[in-house]
Design a protein around this ligand. Sequence first.
Ligand SMILES: [Zn+2]
Length: 109
Amino acid sequence: MHEMSITQSVVDAIVSRLGDTAVLSVRLEIGRLSGVVPDSVRFCFDVLCTGTALEGAALEIDEPPGRAACRDCGREFGIDYPILLCPCGSADVEVLAGRQLRIKSVEVA
Ligand SMILES: [Zn+2]
């Protein structure tokens, strides 16, 4: 489950910057094409935060949709699954958005 190591790096990043400051909530952005399962991140977050300054912090996850552009016909379209296929039939598609995974904000006490 790679969500565990991803979530660990998020928790580590917050703890290393904020030290012992109690954290009320964390907002993450997990693109729908990132391959990361938000529910798994929620589970891992609860487990990994126990005993840290993040214990009890609320986790909010935004899931921005994917967007892609076709290199053959130039069309831009939304995609929710990491299956890259333009409505024109071309698979020569560039992902513009939806693969991001980042911390958007952290609210401290
Ligand atoms: Zn196309």
